[in-house]
Design a protein around this ligand. Structure first.
Ligand code: PLP
Length: 373
């Protein structure tokens, strides 16, 4: 007797097989080459703090133990850092994980979420995976179009609006008063999900304070970017106690790992290292901006650890990504118009920035302005 494979649920069967990102490792396997400069995923090439590294080395010896499912020590440290209560924090294996938790908790199948067209894609992936509907609003003037996002939220009775601030892939940033006005412009009962993966690189004096009392928003933070721990997979959500306790009903309580918990705790304590990374990244952004202007690639203003350059056309952006890959440099480009005329480059170490500048100076004249076909 022959058997058929068991089919997945209709929801899963109907999902596209695409993944949100093609990893540099996959690209290397395809090309058979190794990237010399890895500047495409906004990882911190500065690495974790030496103190975090030491803590993680030590924790590796106890990896036979499960993590503390309450992340008790780390929770206390995060609470102290932000001046919030310990029960206003939920940990997850990075923002990518927490985005799924938010969608699963607050979006019923068939309900609508709103995001920008070409924004960070993991949110969309979860919305599709939990059977939600997605409305995408084009970027305008290379920023999230807050007016149009709020209008779409009203028009489609959205339950969640996603906004990365600072934004990926543009690097743009909205100060506190703008975000407050945006929050007030959203429909009653619509959750504002603020993805603050790059918050450490933004001007602290302009940032939205942590009014956790506001039950209309959740804020997501990570150790992946400024803290240089992307591979450790740890981040957290900040929000009102009632909302955070809803997550506790469905979160994978042992889904983060002991090594990451110890590393994150040590990273938070090493403010000197964080300041060094943030300052060095600011210097690197200036270098990239000057390089872009020199080569006729207009840099967009950035409050992150990357710079997005306007190359003039999607065809030229694509050609530059391909030609740089041929020269063993990994960068990425936004996939959706109007940003698909841009390339996005992570700010690396000083020597990496110098090497990138040399390669870009050699590459750009070979890829002249191309008419978009
Ligand atoms: C890098 C990035 C993330 C990923 O965060 P993890 O904590 O590593 O899952 C989330 N959001 C944005 C906007 C990012 O650029």
């Amino acid at each position: 007797m022959s058997h058929h494979p068991i089919p997945p649920t209709p929801l899963v069967a109907g999902l596209p097989a695409t993944v949100p990102f093609v990893a540099p490792e996959a690209l290397q396997r395809q090309s058979g080459r190794t990237f010399r400069l890895r500047l495409g995923a906004n990882e911190s090439n500065f690495g974790p703090s030496p103190r975090a590294l030491a803590a993680m080395r030590e924790a590796a010896g106890r990896v036979n133990w499960y993590c503390d499912p309450e992340s008790y020590d780390l929770r206390a440290a995060v609470a102290a850092l932000h001046g919030v209560a310990t029960y206003e924090i939920v940990f997850g294996s990075g923002i990518d994980d927490l985005l799924g938790l938010v969608v699963r908790t607050y979006l019923s199948p068939g309900e609508t979420a709103v995001t920008s067209l070409g924004a960070y894609p993991t949110f969309n992936y979860h919305v599709a995976g939990y059977g939600g509907r997605l409305e995408r609003v084009p970027y305008r003037d290379d920023r999230n179009d807050l007016e149009a996002l709020a209008a779409a939220a009203h028009q489609h009775h959205a339950r969640i609006v996603y906004l990365a601030n600072p934004d990926n892939p543009t690097g743009s940033w909205y100060a506190a008063e703008v975000i407050r006005a945006f929050q007030d412009a959203l429909p009653e009962g619509c959750l504002l999900m603020l993805d603050e993966a790059y918050i450490e690189f933004a001007p602290a004096d302009e940032a939205l304070p942590l009014d956790i009392g506001d039950p209309r928003s959740i804020r997501l933070r990570t150790f992946s970017k400024a803290h240089g721990m992307a591979g450790a997979r740890i981040g957290y959500a900040l929000g009102p106690a009632e909302m955070m306790s809803a997550f506790d009903r469905i979160t994978l309580h042992f889904g983060i790992n002991r090594v990451a918990q110890e590393g994150a705790l040590a990273a938070l304590a090493d403010t000197t290292y964080l300041t060094y990374v943030v300052d060095e990244v600011a210097r690197g952004r200036e270098e990239y901006a000057a390089l872009g202007r020199e080569l006729g690639l207009t840099p967009l203003p950035s409050h992150t650890n990357f710079v997005t350059f306007d190359t003039g056309s999607p065809a030229r952006a694509k050609a530059l990504v391909a030609e740089l890959a041929r020269r063993d440099v990994f960068i990425r480009m936004p996939g959706a118009p109007p940003l698909d005329r841009c390339i996005r480059v992570t700010v690396g170490l000083a020597e990496e920035r110098a090497a990138f500048a040399d390669i870009l100076r050699a590459t750009v004249p070979e890829i002249p302005e191309i008419e978009n076909r």
